[in-house]
Design a binder for this molecule. Structure first.
Ligand code: ADP
Length: 454
């Protein structure tokens, strides 16, 4: 059977008090929105009836009846106008009771219409009364549907009075109409409860979406803080080394300069040089980090990835031939159209190539292969394979973390920048050990749908 509005469940899910209050607030705001229209319909319908009774014996009674409808409608309208917004949870149960009582008062007014006027009315007026009662039944059910108890308080008396009036005369036509009215009322009541349930489910789905979004936001903030904490610690460590070294060089140089000129060793100049180099290194770290942070949104355009790979490999040719590295391009993907910031993607490729070259410094075999392949015709995969030192499983975990470096002069931010660039292009980057020795750095970028380029 039907479930009443006071029951705090959606389907089989129990509602917590906050969600239940939100559902009730939503129910009230729907009713509040409908109130002016509903009260206007009451007043207009009552006026129509008074006009119809003009000059008849029932005119004075009709005036009293209409006055009752006007008073109740006016009272409800002005009370709701003052409220405008849905009640807060503390006064919700009180407001629900009042809404139900208001609906009952209005329902009783409309129930009086068939009960007291139908019997003595002529055929035309009877038709009018039947039409007005049916119209009010439907309108009331529609306007109050979100608060099922109030809707029943209105529909119940009107339907009951109409039904009793129709069967009272034992006229076969009216009996048929009474049967139709019975079915009609059943359908209306069912509709009221179904639409209240739908409203409730909609609000709950909205609450669930908001909760998921808020949890995701909290996680993002937490991971952002973690990443920032890690970055600051790494930066402090990175800057500490060159600054401490330069301070040592400068102090040494100062001592050397305090010595009498004839005893002063020639190394004072190289000591100052070393200090300058360390300071430049610290400045370099800060500059790179600033560029990383200031890097705005990628400026994307359509491009052929194979062209970018060729350009990146050309840019590193000198580096590779100096390190005696044999490079080969195996650009096997037969589609390579991408929508990327070409400068940034080349930056990723140059970084991966430079790292591979560095990693092969001590290797007898120095081969670098850059290959491409398609993933379900939706994305293109790029593999940068080297025969260098490779990395341990433990290092693999931190490769893409900022300031993770194994190089004496490395800054350890190349891979973390590469990752953020690839992710800003809706791609993914990762590293594996090369089964033949060395490393494989791979990344995937989405391909462009050819139709988009028109
Ligand atoms: P940097 O090159 O300044 O150290 P990166 O972020 O580019 O910074 O690289 C971080 C670390 O990842 C390197 O120091 C190195 O230990 C490791 N690495 C990167 N590429 C390779 C590779 N091809 N083979 C082995 N290790 C690598």
């Amino acid at each position: 059977m039907f479930r009443s509005s006071g029951d705090s469940k959606v389907g089989n899910e129990p509602l917590d008090s906050i969600s239940a209050a939100r559902v009730r607030a939503e129910q009230f705001s729907v009713v509040l929105r409908q109130t002016p229209g509903m009260m206007l319909a009451n007043v207009c319908n009552a006026l129509v009836l008074v006009a119809d009774f003009w000059g008849t014996r029932q005119f004075v009674s009709a005036i009293y009846w209409a006055a009752a409808v006007f008073s109740v409608s006016g009272y409800i309208y002005f009370r709701h106008r003052r409220r405008r917004r849905a009640p807060r949870s503390a006064s919700q149960s009180h407001a629900a009771r009042r809404a139900t009582l208001n609906a009952l008062a209005l329902g009783i007014c409309w129930a009086a219409l068939p009960l007291f006027f139908f019997q003595e009315a002529g055929p035309g007026t009877r038709l009018l009364i039947a039409c007005l009662s049916a119209g009010m039944l439907y309108g009331g059910a529609l306007a109050l549907a979100s608060i099922p108890l109030a809707a029943v308080a209105f529909v119940g008396p009107v339907a009951f009075a109409s039904f009793v009036t129709l069967i009272r005369g034992h006229d076969s036509h009216y009996l048929l109409i009474a049967a139709v009215l019975g079915v009609y009322t059943w359908v209306l009541l069912r509709g009221i409860f179904v639409s209240a349930e739908q409203l409730r489910a909609r609000v709950m789905a909205q609450i669930a979406t908001e909760q998921t979004a808020s949890i995701r936001m909290q996680k993002l903030q937490a991971s952002g803080l973690n990443a920032m904490g890690g970055m600051v610690t790494g930066l402090a460590h990175e800057l500490n080394q060159p600054l401490t070294a330069s301070a040592c060089y400068l102090l040494t140089a100062q001592r050397l300069l305090e010595m009498p000129e004839e005893l002063r060793p020639a190394s004072v100049e190289s000591t100052l040089d070393s200090a300058a180099q360390q300071i430049m290194r610290a400045a370099g770290i800060v500059r790179q980090l600033r560029e990383f942070i200031m890097r705005g949104e990628p400026e994307k355009a359509f491009a052929n990835l194979h062209d970018l790979i060729r350009e990146a490999s050309q840019a590193t040719t000198a580096n590779m031939s100096e390190a005696n590295v044999k490079a080969s391009l195996q650009l096997g993907a037969n589609v390579d159209r991408v929508f990327v910031d070409s400068v940034q993607i080349k930056q990723v490729l140059v970084n991966l190539i430079s790292n591979a070259v560095d990693a092969m410094n001590a290797s007898a075999e120095r081969e670098l292969t850059i290959s491409t392949s398609l993933i379900h015709d939706l994305a293109i995969r790029i593999d940068v394979v080297d025969t260098g030192v490779g990395f341990s499983e433990m290092v693999k975990e931190t490769l893409f973390e900022p300031f993770a470096t194994s190089k004496a002069n490395g800054m350890g931010i190349g891979l973390s920048i590469s990752r953020s660039i690839v992710e800003a292009h809706y791609g993914k980057i990762w590293a594996e050990s090369n089964p033949g020795g060395g490393a494989v750095f791979s990344f995937v970028l989405p391909l462009v749908n050819a139709e988009l380029e028109v």
